[in-house]
Design a protein around this ligand. Structure first.
Ligand SMILES: NC(=O)c1ccc[n+]([C@@H]2O[C@H](COP(=O)([O-])OP(=O)(O)OC[C@H]3O[C@@H](n4cnc5c(N)ncnc54)[C@H](O)[C@@H]3O)[C@@H](O)[C@H]2O)c1
Length: 330
């Protein structure tokens, strides 16, 4: 198999590349990444040593670059991680989200059609469903839940999903979509909740927490997510959406308290800040479809995954300190 991974210098994409190189060492992986602020070439340094890995610096909405790459490589599968992914940034600059997340997805699918690819897999999010009430713990998002995006980020992901399904229906393109909860694990850019709190706590900086910190997310360890995508893109039915949840619902404040306890830091570091506009209260995922059809399971309990993640950030201070320094300079 020759597999295109877009956005592979980011958090989930890089973990996915390492997962694939280990699980399917004979498959070829080509990473296309624009190396935006969120992309980090250092993350892929071990992959660069692998005989079946190629990195291409380029933009998914650059039709000429995408077309040339597809012409050279004749991919079997393309999996699209490339995106603007931070909700806060979408509140201040929605346009780049529309361009990358919607237009970029469409450009990739045009190339998939032209070069007769076997499967286009779109990595989406549970945020397309909007929010659930905190006090209705009996409610979960199924794949049939209506789209109800709250932020420009989730609106762009929902729009891209609609294009993916439309390309399947109109042109017969073989597609699948996975919608997952909040991921955590190694190589996550330190603007997202868990790495932000770990890195700030390690530096004894205040930990800014939105509102009362009572928003609930379903946390998914990144390796479990990679395993789900691997099965869905190879064996999932074309034209289908698969929800992928970790079965680990936690409020933000509970997550932050666990991090402080693990690092032996005081709770006085927590600083409540004005809530994010349109902040969704609760996400909770029903993953029955991927579990019954494709026999995927989330293997990592939240406490174990969080300990592994904290240890990774403690052991890889160079990695995140360099990112903080570079972003401060920019
Ligand atoms: N992180 C999560 O918790 C989460 C949850 C649900 C869904 N997702 C989805 O998973 C995917 C990956 O998320 P992530 O957290 O790894 O994101 P990330 O921000 O860490 O990485 C995004 C990567 O895409 C690259 N990129 C951005 N614009 C590009 C463009 N125009 N062309 C080529 N490359 C470009 C960046 O350089 C970066 O390497 C995204 O589609 C996101 O919407 C993430």
């Amino acid at each position: 198999m020759n597999i295109l991974v877009t956005g592979g210098a980011g958090f989930i994409g890089s973990n996915f590349i390492y997962y694939e190189l280990k699980k399917h060492p004979d498959d070829r992986i080509v990473c296309l990444d624009a190396l935006t602020y969120a992309g980090n070439f250092d993350t892929l340094s071990a992959a660069m040593e692998h005989r079946n890995f190629r990195f291409v610096h380029g933009n998914i909405e650059d039709r000429r670059c995408v077309d040339k790459l597809f012409g050279e490589e004749h991919f079997d599968i393309a999996v699209n991680f490339a995106a603007e992914s931070h909700v806060d940034r979408s509140v201040t600059n929605p346009e780049t989200f529309l361009i990358t997340n919607v237009l970029g997805t469409q450009v990739l699918m045009d190339a998939c059609r032209k070069y007769g690819i076997k499967r286009f897999h779109q990595v989406s999010t549970d945020e397309v469903y909007g929010e659930l009430p905190i006090d209705r713990t009996d409610l979960f998002f199924t794949e049939a839940a209506p789209l109800h995006a709250s932020s420009p980020y989730s609106a762009s992901k929902a729009s891209a999903d609609l294009f993916v399904l439309a390309y399947h229906r109109t042109y017969g393109l073989s597609v699948s979509i996975s919608r997952c909860g909040n991921n955590y694990g190694p190589y996550q850019f330190p603007e997202k909740l868990i790495p932000l709190m770990i890195t700030r706590a390690l530096d004894d900086q205040p930990l800014p927490l939105y509102g009362k910190g009572d928003n609930v997310r379903d946390w998914l360890f990144v390796e479990d997510h990679c395993a789900a995508i691997d099965i869905i893109m190879r064996k999932g039915r074309s034209g289908e959406i698969y929800n992928v949840g970790g079965n680990n619902e936690r409020s933000n404040i509970d997550v932050v308290r666990s991090i402080l306890t693990a690092l032996n830091k005081p709770e006085t570091l927590i600083t409540f800040v004005a809530d994010r506009p349109g902040h969704d209260k609760r996400y909770a995922i029903d993953s029955n479809k991927v579990m019954t059809e494709l026999h995927w399971r989330p293997n990592t309990k939240f406490d174990d995954g969080l300990s592994q993640t904290i240890k990774w950030y403690v052991d890889h201070e160079d990695w995140w300190q360099r990112i903080l320094r570079d972003n401060y300079i920019k």
